[in-house]
Design a protein around this ligand. Structure first.
Ligand SMILES: [Zn+2]
Length: 384
């Protein structure tokens, strides 16, 4: 039922529209027109303004609703992001051996336009074949690549979906991501005291030494099976003859377990504070909660349907976890159990990015299969 030529054409059109993060106006307008033309109810939320970027016409998230023709079937959400990473302007797609690449000077932008193309094709097929379905909600977010900013500012009250799927993992189709950690970012300024390094070093407090002592007291990397942490940025100091009075540190903590996340974050902060206190320095710390965890029960409806649908398109369903965050984390935080699905993207965030035409088609089939499977999986109440 999938029109192979049509989905390829649509995908090529989408990747040719420039949409680096915070510059999604053109693709948002394109999708609004396209979705309205297909008979969906389309709206744009205020996320663009809320994010507060400097663009004159910031785009919000696009929310599109396709009313169902089956009663008592739960509403299902599908979500992709519209933005791409750089270099992502002037993409010239090239097809070689049934695989789509960029010309090597930009990313392809299949992350996440492969998902968008699959959604559009699935909607067309639903309509052409009068396939019965429940209410379907589609969300196209802005600024995913800059820290899930679009989904964080999503007007989620407009959604009624009982569960959902984000199409944004570079794993193979059939891979269902059911677990991803929550994350904190920690920024710290270690403040010592400047002094001439040759004339009066005893009057100074070396912020580099304080920061490095604190870091040496931390365990970094993998803390346990569910928890990781890192100090990833360190900067400070002006010259070799000055005792440095300021060092900036940036780090992060991630865990599937909310308690462990708090514990690890507080531990790193307390080591910084204690070390600074012992060494006559000060610290100013900013801890920012970036996103909640994604943790879906294997027996939940959202997972059960994705599993059955994967088998339905001839793929081995694989439930797995990831260490990264996606819009699925944010949607779960809103109370919509949402899995992130593999869509077969390759080498994303690089100029070697590619996707096969077979995977484009498979993704559209998978979406359709999920929609067709949903009416037959109503035995559970809201789970997640
Ligand atoms: Zn992505």
């Amino acid at each position: 039922m999938i029109n192979r030529e049509r989905i390829v054409d649509e995908f090529l059109k989408l990747v040719r529209i420039d949409s680096p993060s915070l510059h999604e106006r053109e693709i948002a307008d394109y999708l609004k027109q396209k979705l309205a033309g297909l008979g969906l109810e389309v709206m744009e939320d205020q996320a663009g303004r809320a994010i507060g970027n400097q663009v004159s016409a910031p785009a919000g998230n696009i929310i599109a609703i396709l009313k169902g023709n089956l009663p008592a079937v739960p509403a299902v959400l599908f979500c992709c992001h519209m933005d791409t990473v750089e270099p992502g302007r002037g993409v010239r797609p090239v097809i070689r051996d049934n695989t789509i690449y960029s010309d090597g000077t930009t990313v392809l932008g299949g992350d996440d336009k492969a998902g968008i193309a699959a959604i559009l094709e699935a909607i067309k097929v639903l309509k052409e074949n009068n396939i019965p379905h429940g209410d379907l909600e589609f969300v196209f977010t802005v600024a995913e690549e800059t820290g899930l900013q679009g989904s964080k500012n999503l007007d989620f009250k407009r959604l009624k979906a009982e569960f959902g799927y984000v199409l944004d993992s570079d794993r193979e189709a059939g891979t269902i991501i059911t677990s991803a950690p929550s994350q904190y970012r920690i920024k710290a300024a270690v403040i010592g005291k400047a002094a001439h390094a040759g004339i009066c070093p005893e009057e100074g407090v070396n912020a580099i030494f304080v920061a490095s002592t604190a870091i040496s007291r931390m365990k970094l990397g993998r803390i346990d099976g569910e928890t990781t942490c890192n100090i990833g940025v360190i900067s400070g100091g002006k010259a070799t003859n000055i005792i440095p009075d300021m060092v900036h540190l940036e780090g992060e903590t991630r865990s599937i377990d909310p308690e462990k996340l708090e514990k690890q974050t507080d531990l790193m902060i307390s080591i910084l504070e204690r070390t600074a206190g012992e060494m006559n320095a000060r610290v100013e710390i900013n801890k920012e909660f970036l996103y909640p965890r994604l943790q879906l029960d294997e027996s939940s409806r959202v997972v059960e349907i994705a599993t059955k649908a994967a088998a339905g398109i001839g793929k081995e369903p694989v439930l797995t976890s990831t260490g990264g965050g996606s819009d699925a984390n944010i949607l779960n935080g809103y109370g919509i159990p949402t899995a992130n699905l593999g869509i077969g993207m390759n080498k994303v965030h690089s100029t070697e990015e590619f996707i096969t035409i077979e995977d484009l088609v498979l993704n559209a089939r998978y979406i359709l299969e999920i929609i067709k499977t949903t009416p037959h999986c109503q035995k559970h109440d809201k789970l997640g």
